[in-house]
Design a protein around this ligand. Sequence first.
Ligand code: ATP
Ligand code: MG
Length: 201
Amino acid sequence: MNYVDKHKHNVTMQRKKLMVDDQIAHAQQERGVLILITGDGKGKTTSAFGTAFRALGHGMRVGIIQFIKGTQATGEVIYLAQQHPQLSYHAMSTGFTWDTQDWEKDKSAAEETWIQAKRMLSDPEIQLVVLDELTYMFTYEYLDITDVIQAIHQRAARQNVIITGRGAKPELIAVADTVSEIAAVKHAFQDGVKAQAGVDF
Ligand code: ATP
Ligand code: MG
């Protein structure tokens, strides 16, 4: 970089800093947020668990509920369950019968799991609640979106919540404070690469 470029760069950076300082000065609210990670690309669940690691690192209590069909625990769950007494974990897996297409059975499994989620949402000691793959519960009409949104509204003021899953309904997008949509630009699976431990589960 020559002198002129360096000078230009410094001026740009200074302007940027002023802008960021101004934005920081404006962000003075202290409250819990609802984060929604949606979209067809890879990275939703791992993002939510990354945030759980952050919270645990600060000594916070974390609750994780997985609205999943599988019974095989992913690496992050195995690791967290072993390492952290600060974590409360619950998975729907038992009794979830996507394979048998039994809607009634799936619905009651979802409802039972939702009771656990509601318990976490009403516990102010839990600073972060992750509701992994929750969006599908509305896609398949296992849970009522209005009930869920109401419970999220009524949670402790400083509690943060992360919801993941594809195809988030507009109602959920509307009530979330932070929404990220991960686009599926490409995925190795489409290229014939087998799902692997440590990366995909
Ligand atoms: P991850 O758990 O890796 O963060 P995710 O939560 O965004 O992924 P899910 O839809 O829950 O995605 O699916 C989880 C599994 O499916 C992972 O094994 C992931 O690698 C794989 N997967 C995610 N997105 C895609 C995609 N677009 N095409 C193929 N496989 C995918
Ligand atoms: Mg996921």
